[in-house]
Design a binder for this molecule. Structure first.
Ligand SMILES: [Zn+2]
Ligand SMILES: [Zn+2]
Length: 159
């Protein structure tokens, strides 16, 4: 049986260390990549952010994937919210969509991050939207979303 170490991540989502408790020398008060403050606890419920899974029976730590949601309270982390916001703004900036479509896009992005029965439907709708916005915006949205959407959504939208 292993345990989860504590991760330190900046508000924009850069992982400064996934071993904040065992390797404090790697900690950064401010992210060295973007200058944003770092956190080790969920801002909503103060539970420690899960870091690397440390299993004494394994020699190597598995690759660390930053979580999108708090395992304790289920709220999206700041970087998840910022990515969602950025994707929404990018789509809105095209001026091609009405209020209803933009609201639907927002809801769909939320579904893309979770593997739920809605994920496939949402992926289809997002793919349709991306087909209408032109390459530059579509690539921009992909760059933002690729780190936060589920594997199922990734495959459904980008193959
Ligand atoms: Zn950063
Ligand atoms: Zn929480």
């Amino acid at each position: 049986m292993g345990i989860y170490r504590i991760a330190e991540i900046c508000l924009n989502g850069h992982v400064t260390t996934s071993l904040a408790d065992t390797m404090p020398q790697f900690r950064e008060n401010y992210c060295s990549r973007c200058g944003e403050a770092t956190i080790t606890k969920c801002p909503n419920c103060y539970a420690s952010i899960r870091g690397s899974y440390d299993d004494p029976e394994r020699l190597h730590l598995p690759k660390y994937n930053r979580p999108s949601f708090c395992h304790n309270c289920g709220k999206p982390f700041p970087w998840t919210e910022r990515s969602m916001q950025a994707a929404n703004e990018l789509i809105a900036s095209t001026g091609k969509f009405g209020e209803l479509e933009l609201t639907q896009f927002k809801t769909d992005i939320d579904s893309l991050m979770k593997d739920t029965p809605q994920t496939k439907v949402a992926s289809f709708r997002v793919k349709t939207i991306l087909g209408k916005v032109g390459k530059e915006i579509a690539f921009g949205v992909r760059d933002i979303l690729v780190d936060i959407v589920s594997e199922t959504a990734k495959k459904a939208i980008w193959g």
